[in-house]
Write a protein of this length. Sequence first.
Length: 168
Amino acid sequence: MPIIKQKEQRVGIFIDTQNLYHSAKNLYKRKVNFGAIVKEALAGRKLVRAIAYVITTEAGEEKGFFDALEKLGIETKTKDLQIFFGGAKKGDWDVGLAIDSIKLAPKLDAVVIVSGDGDFVPLVEYLKTSTQVEVMSFGKSSSSKLKEIVDDFIDLSENPKKYLIGYK
């Protein structure tokens, strides 16, 4: 049963950029249209904050991408890519996204998590005790448990042309 989204609802959007980037790249070999994502997440409601959690590299080639996000009204929180002995790389913002959404939840009527990562299941269960929780991600690469427990799941795979750059 779809939820009702009221115009006066205050919304916070929390974007797991790495999760969305890799899903779009692996499923469609395309880049994500973050402006369309935010517009869909808002659904005509009041934006309190939109935060994209992003990873920086030593080369810094992502600066243009960060600037584009900020022009869309999306705040960016950055963390350096970790490179471990042996060459393994890790760029993970799960805890930061969780903390921010918990801190902001009292000021929100709806939390929108843009990620299909099953690690967010406990966060969603906690947030649902005080606010509406919605998830947006590519359904094919999303945790089935996450899709099951949220108040609303928006499957970006249902209309990839709308959410991807250059998809025909």
